[in-house]
Structure formats: C-alpha cells, structure tokens
Design a protein around this ligand. Structure first.
Ligand code: ADP
Length: 175
C-alpha cells in the first residue's frame, strides 16, 4: 500500500498589483483543494508598480483574513525557488484566455526543467471574473473613470478599494 500523502502545500505567485476579485477567486478555490496555500508576491524591481510590496502584502493579508490555511509572503528571485523554500508540491496559476495559456505553458515547461518535483496546476478563471486583470484596473485608474467605490467593487476586494482610490487622488493632485 502507498504511504499516506504528506500535507499538500501550494504556492500562488504573481504581482498582485493590485489583488483583484479574479485573484481572490483562485485563492478561495485553491484553499479548498490544498492543505495550505501560500500567496507569493514576486518582487520585480524592473516593473513599475502602483502599490509597493509592503502595501500589497497588507492588502492581500486583509483580503484573505477569512481563510485559515492561506498565508501571504513576498519573495525575490525565481518562483520555483520560493516554492521549494515553502515546501510546496504545486505552483498554482489562474488562466483566463488562450493567450494566457500559451505564456503559462512555456513557463510551466521551464519551471519543470528547473524543478521537476513541483507541478504547475491551472485553474480556469471563473466566467464572471475572466475579464478582470490588474492592468485593466490600472488603466481605469489612469483614466480616472473608476473613482467611486461602487464601480471598484466589481473588480477588487473590499480592502483594496480605499487605497486604490487614494492612488487615483495622489496621481490627480500630482498632475
Ligand atoms: P503575473 O505578473 O505573474 O502575471 P498577476 O498578478 O497578473 O501576476 O497574476 C497572477 C496569477 O493570477 C496568474 O496565474 C494569472 O494568470 C492569474 N490571474 C490574473 N487575473 C485572473 C483572473 N481574473 N482570474 C483568474 N486568474 C487570474
């Protein structure tokens, strides 16, 4: 007979700039599948981010407060190395479109070559969130079109709304 499986830990990594309802949906579903889910904020110094890593850490932590088996961390370097450090057996990804899938496919092959013992698993985005991306939210932010709470509620979790509005106001008062 096979040995009982050890607790399954998954890492869900991304930029989360900012966390969206689409991300949160993947987190909620992942938390039901795995014993523990670590949300990893990848630090990419080459990318211009709207929120600092510390801000994102805080916003995601408040957004996942209801899930006992979800933790949030930031990391530098390769996601596979972070996943290894977390003791993860799975790197979880969300896919929205075929073009997402193309990029994800290449990345998962590269990751498998680096760390064959960690599998990449994909969850299809939920239909109601599949149009949502952090970059869309940032675009709306730039246009100043979403500067009210009601509209933002369709895109981002509650704890993200006020800080996002504050960013719009910051950029408006700077211009
Ligand atoms: P990255 O910089 O790694 O693309 P993101 O923060 O944009 O980081 O996304 C992190 C993960 O969440 C990726 O696997 C991405 O495909 C997935 N994702 C992004 N938006 C959604 C959404 N609306 N529904 C489901 N998954 C999503």
């Amino acid at each position: 007979m096979n040995e009982p499986l050890p607790p399954r830990i998954a890492v869900y990594a991304g930029s989360f700039d900012p966390l969206t309802l689409g991300h949160l949906d993947i987190i909620e579903r992942g938390a039901r599948i795995f014993h523990r889910l670590v949300v990893g904020i990848g630090i990419n110094p080459d990318k211009d981010a709207l929120f600092t890593v510390e801000e994102r850490l805080k916003l995601i932590t408040s957004s996942v407060a209801d899930y006992d088996n979800v933790t949030v961390e930031s990391f530098e370097g390769l996601t596979v190395n972070f996943a290894e450090r977390c003791g993860a057996v799975v790197m979880l990804r969300g896919v929205r479109t075929l073009s997402d899938m193309e990029a994800e496919f290449t990345m998962s092959l590269a990751n498998r070559a680096l760390t064959p013992e960690i599998e990449t698993m994909f969850l299809m985005a939920s239909e109601k969130y599949s149009h949502i991306s952090s970059s869309l939210i940032k675009q709306i932010a730039k246009m100043g079109a979403a500067s009210n709470t009601q509209r933002l509620r369709k895109f981002v979790p509650e704890p993200v709304i006020d800080p996002l509005l504050a960013k719009f106001n910051e950029s408006r008062s700077e211009s």
